[in-house]
Design a protein around this ligand. Sequence first.
Ligand code: G1P
Length: 288
Amino acid sequence: MARVKTAVFPVAGLGTRFLPATKAFPKELLPVVDRPLIQYAVDEALDAGIESLIFVTGRGKTAIEDHFDVSYELEATLAARNDFETLALLQDIRPQPGQVVYVRQMEPLGLGHAVWCARNLVGSEPFAVILADDLLHPTGGALNAMIDEHETTGANVVLVQEVSATETSRYGIIDPGERSDTATNVTGIVEKPGPGDAPSNLGVIGRYILDPSIMDHLATTPSGASEEIQLTDGLAASLKDRELHAITNPGVRFDCGSKIGLIEATITIALERDDLGPQVKDLLRRLG
Ligand code: G1P
């Protein structure tokens, strides 16, 4: 099996849940403590051995490109001030020259359409899809396990976790079949079913490893839930020619597409940091 070396980051979403903060600012740059969400996602990919990063962007998202570029004035100023620690921090977060490419999703037609917009850049190799809204903590374990599963079996792979019966309408929900030592075979997948229609309580969280043949399915996937072209529907169509396996998330996932999830991620990660933990603990005790 080909190695998974490419990741697609769909970052064209409008971020309406965080308005007005995201009116002129990409939601993917919202910080969790002092790192933007997209930085956690990129670091997770690089740590899992991904070499090529494809961002599917849209209008109003150029700040993401600036974030991963050299900031000449800032870096020259830090060097002039002998602040080499901060300078090194900026240099550390930068991908290698040529490692990042950008393509625009010209219309907000859905996640499946966003992934399909990357088809010419993806080419004929398997790839990961990473949704920065879903912050995995700790990062790493899940994506590595998913890549291993794909490289051993050739199956498409999704990451899942249990969701409550009232939440199925916020997720792609799988119909689980037999379990192997490493994964669950998926016999069906449906986008955002109501509680009565959900085939299980296992919701997909934003990590996918996909064979490039998914692009052919996405090319013919009609609009589905929310009148959008859904990646879930493309995966459902692909079940007839390729297996789909689900890996259970071994860690915690923060839903940073919601305000409470972003707050929870911020508090949890701040509490774990040596430089902030004791102060945040004090603060919470005082407020509590
Ligand atoms: C998307 C997918 C959905 C998945 C979710 C995970 O939905 O369409 O299948 O469960 O991400 O976060 P969205 O959150 O963009 O509405």
